[in-house]
Design a protein around this ligand. Structure first.
Ligand code: BES
Ligand code: MN
Ligand code: MN
Length: 464
């Protein structure tokens, strides 16, 4: 039976790629209002592709923000229902001058890691290339009469800015979104030789801080030495947020962290990892992180605090002698089970205000956040995904907890009572959120082939 699907994919390879290119040419940057029209255009294009794939019912659902593209193809209420989630919005493309080809001009280029070629464009991997695999896989199953269960699609346009209106949409459409599991390709695998399934996501607390000194910018000669420089002070405050063991110093920060048992850590260490390769791939002489933990542990089961941007004063050409009135920073904290983002944001605010010297004033503005997520290894959907990858990669995938965040996944669990399965096909080296983002052709097509196996296995396991 699967032969028919294989043949269908084989004879439509070119078209599957050209259609993805069409989607990638739309600059659907959700963070920047300048791209508003394009974000809507990507929603309508996504709906068009769902219809063209043979999905019975497709709807572009308005929200107070960007629309949710919804689709459903229901055969029989007694069969399981899989809900596919993805996002058609993308990160801003800047810094533009570091792109070797236009971020919205997709091209295929070969790389060391992708010798058969990769599609270069913003959103190629995160997440247009990945959710589109599902559109094509379902098309292949419908066209060959091999779709074994009901399917729903929910593709949103605000993932990269915190999914505010998707949360609203989910809370108001629980009946419509009823399903047995949620299937998501918005994560990665260890490598094309080592398939893996993402079994966890970190949560997120994101804040912006402002430190105010004098009421106006001052001549750094006339005033310097006798007034607080908010940039100097902000730098010192930020530096104090880690101790000599690179642990976060905010009181109570680690209180709710679930520590893994030695056995769990030993199992984790079985996933292949090379610190040498890790360092080499990003041009580091040495790694950095919380003492007592390995690189894979530091990026998955341990929480972090990082400055994402810092500004203030004069940064233009040449030198201007000035003591600025204000300094700013954007700070993210990645959270692990059972840390609560609201609690962590509160602990951060209280601490940051407390450590400020009384010569400055400090404001903390919370941005979007999200809860961490872990998925069980004994669920029908994990088993189905694992077997599916075995069929296409010829190897059993290893479970790996990721360091990234998809805040909506824990909300799905809370609101809909359903677990998600994170069956992603990207690589860490695919440069998501960076210049020259790309997605391997191998990954794109193996994803399209793996997904139908998932459905088949899932239905069989649920029946048994
Ligand atoms: N798809 C990513 C998250 C991701 C990538 C998880 C790779 C695991 C492996 C998602 O689009 C993303 O970028 N999430 C943001 C958070 C969001 C609230 C902006 C993140 O992790 O920074
Ligand atoms: Mn994503
Ligand atoms: Mn992203």
């Amino acid at each position: 039976m699967h032969q028919k699907i294989k043949e269908y994919i084989e004879s439509n390879r070119e078209r599957f790629l050209n259609e993805l290119f069409e989607l990638l040419r739309i600059p659907s940057v959700s963070a920047d209002p300048q791209y508003k029209e394009a974000v809507f255009k990507a929603a309508y294009k996504t709906a068009e592709f769902l219809k063209a794939a043979g999905i019975q019912y497709v709807e572009v659902c308005p929200t107070p923000g960007y629309p949710v593209v919804y689709g459903e193809h229901l055969f029989d209420p007694s069969l399981p229902t899989v809900l596919v989630y993805g996002h058609y919005d993308v990160q801003p493309p800047d810094p533009l001058d570091l792109w070797e080809s236009g971020p919205f001009d997709p091209v295929v280029k070969k790389t060391d890691i992708h010798p058969e070629g990769a599609v270069f464009a913003r959103g190629a991997c995160d997440d247009k290339g990945q959710f589109f695999m599902h559109v094509k896989a379902v098309e292949a199953m419908l066209a060959t009469n091999t779709m074994p269960c009901n399917v729903k699609f929910m593709i949103e346009g605000e993932e990269e800015v915190g999914s505010e209106h998707l949360a609203w949409f989910v809370a108001n459409n629980k009946e419509k979104l009823k399903c047995d599991t949620i299937l998501i390709s918005d994560t990665g695998i260890l490598s094309n030789e080592t398939p893996s399934i993402c079994t966890g996501l970190r949560g997120l607390s994101y804040v912006e801080v402002e430190v105010v000194g004098p009421n106006r910018d001052l001549h750094s000669g006339l005033y310097g030495g006798a007034v607080p420089n908010p940039i100097n002070i902000l730098a010192k405050m930020i530096a104090s947020l880690h101790d000599e063991n690179n642990r976060i110093t905010i009181p109570g920060f680690y209180d709710d962290v679930v520590n893994l048992s030695d056995e769990e850590r030993r199992l984790m260490a079985e996933a292949p990892h090379s610190d040498e390769a890790f360092k080499k791939s990003i041009g580091l002489k040495n790694t950095w992180g919380e003492n007592g933990f390995t690189t894979p542990e530091r990026t998955s089961i341990r929480p972090t605090l990082d400055v994402n941007g810092i500004w203030g004063g004069y940064t233009g050409e040449g030198a201007k002698t000035v003591i600025p009135s204000k300094a700013f920073a954007k700070i993210s904290m990645r959270l692990v089970p059972n840390q609560n983002p609201d609690k962590i944001t509160r602990l951060f605010s209280e601490h940051f205000i407390k450590i400020a010297p009384d010569c400055v004033s400090v404001k903390v503005k919370p941005h979007h956040g999200g809860e961490p997520y872990v998925s069980p290894l004994d669920s029908p959907e994990y088993q189905a995904a694992s077997l599916a990858m075995q069929s296409t990669f010829g190897k059993k995938p290893v479970p790996v907890r990721s360091g990234g965040s998809i805040p909506i996944v824990s909300l799905f669990e809370r609101e809909l009572g359903v677990k998600s399965i994170l069956l992603g096909f990207g690589l860490d080296s695919d440069a998501i959120h960076s210049p020259n983002e790309h997605f391997g052709l191998f990954n794109y097509y193996i994803g399209i082939e793996t997904i139908p196996y998932f459905y088949q296995n899932y239905v069989n396991i649920k029946k048994a």
